[in-house]
Design a protein around this ligand. Structure first.
Ligand code: GLY
Length: 596
């Protein structure tokens, strides 16, 4: 095993390496005969490519890699790979395991998106398992009688939940692209739920932070706190017996157990008791959908990413296209000149998002236009060199041609070159903070990702319009951006992040850091990031960007917002010359890249 938080298990006596390990204190290496050569940059094939000057070192492995937001789940994935499973088997096992060990966002009561690249067939697949509005939903369901938005209802009411998609998505991926049985890949999740796991730092702190709201729901209160209402302490065993029951139903009965069988009955009974909208018919009607991937072309690389109902892929490619002709490297990483271009391109993309993006089954989304080189050129030409624009002056512009955020992402690669990039969520941490009684399943509050009233911001401050209005059986617009960058048609960089509206810009900067600034997988995550989403008209800049740079940006007219939180939590894998480089975000306690 080779883990981000593990001590260096290498038997190598290379002192230079050991010093490097101590200095960075976040490093571990798998035992590797080639590691002794790491002190110098080497072009020899099959030699880890790192420089003596690197300040951030990824996890290195030769056979496969899993990177996720929670280390027990990463280990589950690696065990599957070691037992002969492929990347899809491992990804599905991680997806179910995170539902147990990372209940803030890992889920079976939510939904998400998976991008797969199959090496042998050189084929890329996008699986949309986004939640779906119940048939009883309507456009104005979150408005008060006077037409104002009831902010609480779309976020924390029982009606905030869409029909969950995760089980359908995971089963679809496994049945079509995996090699193992559902029982085999779900067993570790079942064991973690039934036998329990030791309470760890991040979960303890997260459950403490959400105690009042979670305790307000009887089932959630019983699941996550002791019988006397006290919290689990670090190292105490948390067992989730109701969740184990649900997982067992699925293991034995497949997805029908969840959508038509005993689990569906308990979810719907809970909805009926609490005044929710999800019916047995809604559950039975849910399907995961395969959609054509978005393929961006960027300086000899293919950017394989997620189409609508996520906006992530469209705007990732749009922004990259806009800046393709700019020599970002010579402008300098995170220099004012580079950040200015990022901000202005982001501003345009999020303006477009507000108008054009929605569920493609309900609205025509102009994907080809938004991702075209022509549109990129026209909109790039509108960016002034030396001054900021105001968002009120920027409109969705296709006429010039004739969304405490807690989502979670994991990346997997296997020894065959298959890659999986998966982002899924309950929306906010713990969704609407309601657990369907008797199931152990936390329900999502994804209905808030709809535009509940055109022109009114959602939980992430994102504006939207008709294209993303609430309609029965429609899927809310997302920003999730699971992405695989191909070089010579082979996965080179697998990336993705949580972060609500910031997902797109966080993923963008990981890709630019690798493709434009030649950073290794860990450096590409560790560097400070920025975010601008058109409205509000202000940029978030993480710590680490110099005061001089910020002053220059302010001088250009940019408004800098106080940093409300660190931006995103990337889980990435780079694959180069037969070596896997894994990186879990330095911002994220208890995250882990594990290789073997
Ligand atoms: N729930 C956040 C997103 O899908 O973008």
């Amino acid at each position: 095993m080779c883990s981000l938080f593990a001590v260096n298990t290498s038997k190598e006596n290379n002192m230079k390496l050991k010093v490097l390990v101590l200095i960075t204190s976040i490093v571990s290496f798998c035992v590797s005969p080639a590691i002794a050569q790491m002190g110098t940059e080497s072009s020899a094939a099959n030699t880890p490519r790192l420089n003596t000057t690197d300040r951030f070192i990824p996890v290195i492995a030769r056979n496969g890699m899993v990177t996720s937001r929670e280390k027990m789940a990463s280990q589950v994935g690696v065990d599957i790979l070691e037992n002969g499973g492929n990347a899809v088997d491992a990804a599905v096992a991680v997806g179910f395991a995170l539902a147990v060990t990372y209940p803030q966002a890992g889920n079976i009561g939510g939904g998400g998106f998976m991008v797969i690249h199959l090496a042998e067939e050189n084929k890329s697949i996008a699986i949309d398992y986004r939640e779906m509005a119940p048939s009883g939903a309507d456009r104005d369901m979150f408005l008060n009688e006077d037409g104002s938005v009831d902010d609480n209802r779309s976020k924390y009411d029982v009606k905030a939940s869409g029909v969950p998609g995760t089980v359908a998505g995971m089963v679809h991926a496994l049945e079509n692209y995996g090699t193992m049985s559902l029982k085999e890949v779900m067993q570790p999740a079942y064991d973690l739920a039934n036998d329990g796991f030791a309470m760890y730092n991040y979960l303890q702190s997260s459950l403490n932070g959400r105690k009042e709201r979670l305790m307000a729901n009887e089932a959630a209160g019983k699941a996550f706190y002791k019988a006397d209402g006290s919290s689990y302490n670090f190292g105490e065993i948390l067992k989730q017996k109701d969740l184990a029951w649900s997982l067992k139903q699925i293991m034995d009965g497949g997805k029908d157990a969840f959508y038509k069988g005993e689990v569906a009955k308990r979810i719907v009974a809970d909805q009926e008791t609490q005044g929710g909208l999800i019916t047995m018919e809604d559950m039975a009607a849910y399907v995961a959908v395969e959609r054509p991937v978005i393929v961006g072309e960027y300086k000899g690389h293919k950017i394989i990413t997620m189409p609508p109902p996520s906006s992530g892929g469209v705007h990732l490619v749009q922004i990259m296209n806009m800046l393709e002709e700019d020599d970002l490297k010579s402008k300098g990483h995170n220099s004012a000149a580079t950040l200015h271009l990022y901000i202005e391109a982001m501003r345009q993309a999020y303006a477009d998002r507000s108008k054009y993006l929605g569920d493609p089954d309900f609205t025509d989304v102009p994907v080809d236009e938004l991702t075209s080189k022509k549109y990129a050129k026209l909109t790039r030409a509108l960016i002034p060199t030396d001054k900021s624009r105001r968002s009120t002056d920027i409109a969705p512009a296709l006429n010039i041609l004739a969304e405490s955020p807690d989502t979670t992402h994991f990346s997997v690669m296997d020894s065959h070159g298959n890659a999986v990039s998966n982002t899924y969520t309950l929306n906010f941490s713990y969704g609407n903070h309601k657990m369907a009684a008797g199931t152990g399943i936390m329900m999502n509050n994804e209905m808030d990702d709809f535009s509940v009233k055109p022109g009114t911001a959602n939980g992430y401050g994102l504006l939207g319009g008709e294209a993303n209005s609430v309609q029965p059986r429609k899927r809310p617009l997302s920003s999730m951006t699971p992405t695989i960058v191909l070089k010579d048609d082979k996965p080179f960089f697998v990336t993705g992040s949580p972060g609500g509206s910031t997902i797109i810009t966080v993923v963008l900067q990981s890709v630019f850091n690798v493709l434009e600034f030649d950073m290794n997988a860990m450096a590409a995550l560790a560097e400070p990031r920025i975010h601008h989403q058109w409205m509000p008209d202000a940029v978030i800049i993480e710590d680490g960007v110099s005061k001089d740079t910020k002053d220059i940006l302010i001088g250009m007219g940019h408004t800098i917002m106080p940093m409300p939180f660190a931006l995103g939590s990337l889980s990435t894998i780079m694959y180069k010359d037969g070596i896997f480089y894994g990186a879990a975000d330095t911002r994220s306690m208890d995250a882990a890249a594990i290789g073997y």
